[in-house]
Structures are given as structure tokens and as C-alpha cells.
Design a protein around this ligand. Structure first.
Ligand code: 6PG
Length: 230
């Protein structure tokens, strides 16, 4: 595991620049850039900054690391957040976006997404879909994507995408599993200054009761971009 930590005084701009660096390398090397977006609120300013960039979006494939089981127009939808901040402003062509369908029965939504990724990875001669970059956030309980402590999807080592019931939220989520996340060439946690340093310390110390720590430990290459409020 190679971990890089960037303490960012210009969080959104530095995160967007990091993403662009990975994108340029992927486009130059493989002619495409495959990125998984994270949800929640932290990425909003990062996506807005990224929308100002000059990426060849027709050579980018955008996926989602997780999704709430709601329709795409719902304020809770991670797709909606990304569409509002990045996809629409940057005029990303719809064929470059693979949306998780949170509006259908969760097992169907997970199965459909997994099948779509499996088809794309087979076309590339991969045994599992290899993102160039998976963006992730962390919750105060150490969850990442929709891999929450104490939930079934933490134990899923075969499937790439799972429907995961999160009892504390009394709701279903669709989520990448550890195998799919850890297949990525690069993983980047986006953590703004609202997150407690003590949580980051626990993750870096390897407290594997925290799903984010399991990703941090298992990643081939992981970068933490941490907002520095100073
Ligand atoms: C989601 C996310 C989730 C998020 C964290 C942090 O669907 O909520 O994918 O993993 O990254 O909960 O959320 P905030 O950025 O809103 O703090």
C-alpha cells in the first residue's frame, strides 16, 4: 500500500487538479479515463471546480461508487448531486455516464450495474473492472461508499456491486464492494475540514472496524486529500 496525504488549504482546487493529473495520465496511456464519483456533500465544490476543466469527456467513463435507493431527481440522489455540480455544467455526454438505478428494486439495481461493469471489463480483457480513479468520502462512523460498519456488504468478496441494507438509516443503498474498490489503479479519499482528525487518526492506525481503514490498508495506491481549515 502506498499512501499519500495532501493537506489542502485550497481543498476544491487541489482535489480537482489531482483528478486532472490522474485523468491526463490515463488518457495518454490508455486513451480513456475511468472515474468513480463519490456521493454526499464533500465532493460538491470539487466537482464544480472539475466542471471548469477541459477534459475530453467523450473519452471519460463516469461511474458511481454508491447510490441511495431513490429516483435520480431526488435531492438525496448522488447522481443528482453529480449532475447538478459536474455532469450538466461540463456537458458530459450521457454515453459517458453509467448511472446506478436507485429507483428500482435494490437487488436488481445492483445486479444490473454489476453486469454493465462486467461487460465493460471483459471488453478490456480485465477479470474485474479497473477504475483509473475511485473517489471516496468517509462518514463519522468510518463508512465509505455505502460500506457501513455492521452491514452485510462488508463481507461480500465475490460480487462487485451489492445492495446493502443500512439499519441505522433504515434504508437500502447500492454500493461498490471492497473487491471492486481495491481493483482501482488509484483511490482518493476526499475529506473536508469538517471531519474530525481523530477519525482520520483511527483510520491511519489501521482500525479495521472502520470500512475506510480496510480500503486504506488494501489499496494499491491511495491518496488522502484533507481540507486544512487554517
Ligand atoms: C454517500 C456517500 C458516502 C459519503 C460519506 C460522507 O452516499 O453518502 O457516498 O460514503 O462519502 O457519507 O458524506 P459527506 O461528504 O456528506 O460528509
Amino acid at each position: 500500500m502506498a499512501r499519500q496525504v495532501i493537506r489542502a488549504t485550497q481543498f476544491a482546487a487541489q482535489a480537482a487538479e489531482f483528478i486532472l493529473t490522474i485523468a491526463r495520465d490515463a488518457l495518454a496511456t490508455r486513451g480513456e479515463f475511468r472515474i468513480a464519483l463519490s456521493g454526499g456533500n464533500t465532493p460538491r465544490p470539487v466537482y464544480a471546480a472539475l466542471a471548469q476543466s477541459e477534459l475530453p469527456w467523450e473519452n471519460v467513463l463516469v461511474t458511481f461508487g454508491d447510490e441511495r435507493c431513490v429516483p435520480p431527481e431526488d435531492e438525496q440522489s448522488n447522481f443528482k448531486m453529480a449532475d447538478d455540480t459536474l455532469l450538466a455544467p461540463a456537458r458530459v455526454p450521457p454515453r459517458s455516464v453509467l448511472r446506478m438505478r436507485g429507483e428500482i428494486a435494490p437487488p436488481l439495481g445492483a445486479g444490473e450495474y454489476q453486469q454493465q461493469l462486467d461487460t465493460l471489463s471483459a471488453q478490456r480483457g480485465e477479470t474485474i473492472y479497473r477504475h483509473d480513479l475511485v473517489l471516496l468520502g468517509i462518514g463519522d462512523d468510518g463508512h465509505t461508499a455505502s460500506l457501513f460498519p455492521g452491514t452485510a456488504a462488508l463481507h461480500e468478496m465475490q460480487r462487485r456491486v451489492a445492495a446493502n441494507y443500512v439499519a441505522k438509516l433504515e434504508s437500502w443503498r447500492l454500493t461498490f464492494t471492497f473487491p471492486l474498490i481495491l481493483a482501482a489503479r488509484n483511490i482518493c479519499f476526499l475529506v473536508d475540514s469538517n471531519k474530525p482528525e481523530s477519525l482520520i487518526d483511527r483510520i491511519f492506525s489501521g482500525d479495521e472496524s472502520l470500512p475506510a481503514a480496510r480500503v486504506d490498508r488494501g489499496a494499491e495506491r491511495v491518496t488522502w486529500i484533507i481540507g486544512d481549515a487554517r
